[in-house]
Design a protein around this ligand. Structure first.
Ligand code: SAM
Length: 308
């Protein structure tokens, strides 16, 4: 069925779009968490306006071509359940514009909030020189870290060649080629003995058997970005096992594991996971220091030997 043309006044077009998206009972888990924000993103994209034109642009009128383009976007969003960010090709992460397409997960990690705080109080930001982002996807975490830590270099690894093309493009757009280095590799492979102040990761963590039950929007994302074996812990396990070797003394490991948090805690009962809280929603992110990952054996209490 052909979608009718939206109204010409921008504010009315946003209302019109939001009503349709809400009625369609879509999943809003991809960067925006409600119909209205997503409607505004689609309207501004159709009009070719930057989001910084808001709120003044709410009073502007859309040309006919923009209204037709908006109607087509709304139709595809509802009929094909394509995440809005794939329709517009762009999203925001920690306040930075990131280009996306179906080769990469749509950035939405609550780790953005930690980067906004420069990982304080767990890190002394002025001391951070080297960061590793495992499973970089679009490059969003690596790029946001590079902006937050201007003295740091960031290794950004991913096993997907397609994702790395997107990451490289984003790194270029942010003019960060000298400090962000995308690398095709699995977890720590090829890093030798390199050590980092921060290892950060939003790896795949959905048990394979649970992927089919996710809302249809998630099936537009690369399976390799979501699935991580029968228990969802394949990549998380590899990250935990190698972290001590690749963290500087005093370094921290920060990993998003989402709904697999319970399985993670149960699988490594000896590790003191610190589960972080977030002001802007989200969870399932743990932090651990190198010392917590590999506690140094306490010196055994010895009786002092007396000088003879
Ligand atoms: C959940 S996505 C996260 C993407 C991005 N960091 C973000 O937060 O939006 C996980 C990423 O990990 C990558 N990946 C999967 N297995 C990996 C592995 N063994 N080593 C490195 N990256 C891996 C996937 O290709 C995907 O890009």
């Amino acid at each position: 069925m052909k979608t009718p043309l939206p109204p010409a006044l921008t504010a009315a077009a946003i209302d019109w779009t939001a009503r349709r998206l809400a009625r369609a009972r879509l999943s809003f888990g991809h960067g925006t968490d409600n119909a209205r924000d997503e409607a505004a993103a689609l309207v501004f994209h159709a009009a070719g306006w930057p989001h910084t034109a808001a709120p003044g642009a709410y009073r502007w009128r859309l040309r006919r071509a923009a209204r037709e383009s908006l109607a087509a976007l709304v139709h595809r969003r509802i009929a094909e359940r394509i995440p809005a960010a794939y329709l517009t090709g762009v999203t925001w992460f920690a306040g930075h514009e990131i280009r996306v397409d179906p080769r990469v997960l749509v950035p939405r990690s609550p780790i953005a909030e930690l980067i906004g705080h420069r990982f304080r109080p767990f890190v002394r930001p002025e001391r951070v020189r080297r960061i590793l982002d495992i499973g970089t996807g679009s490059g969003c975490i690596a790029i946001a870290c590079a902006h937050a830590f201007p003295a740091a270099t960031i290794d950004a690894v991913d096993v997907s060649a397609g994702a790395l093309e997107v990451a490289r493009d984003n790194v270029r757009r942010h003019r960060l080629e000298r400090r962000v280095r995308p690398r095709l590799a699995s977890v720590y492979r090829g890093l030798g003995t390199r050590r980092y102040d921060i290892i950060v990761s939003n790896p795949p963590y959905v048990p394979t058997g649970e992927v089919a039950a996710l809302p249809a929007e998630y099936r537009h994302e690369p399976p390799i970005a979501l699935e991580a074996g029968a228990d969802g812990l394949r990549v998380v396990g590899a990250i935990l096992r190698g972290a001590v070797r690749h963290l500087q003394p005093g370094g921290v490991l920060v990993v998003e594991v989402g709904d697999s948090a319970g399985a993670v805690a149960a699988s490594w009962p000896g590790l003191p996971f610190l589960w972080l809280g977030f002001e802007h929603g989200g969870g399932g992110v743990f932090l651990m220091t190198r010392e917590q990952l590999a506690p140094r054996p306490r010196p055994t209490a010895r009786r002092p030997t007396r000088a003879r």
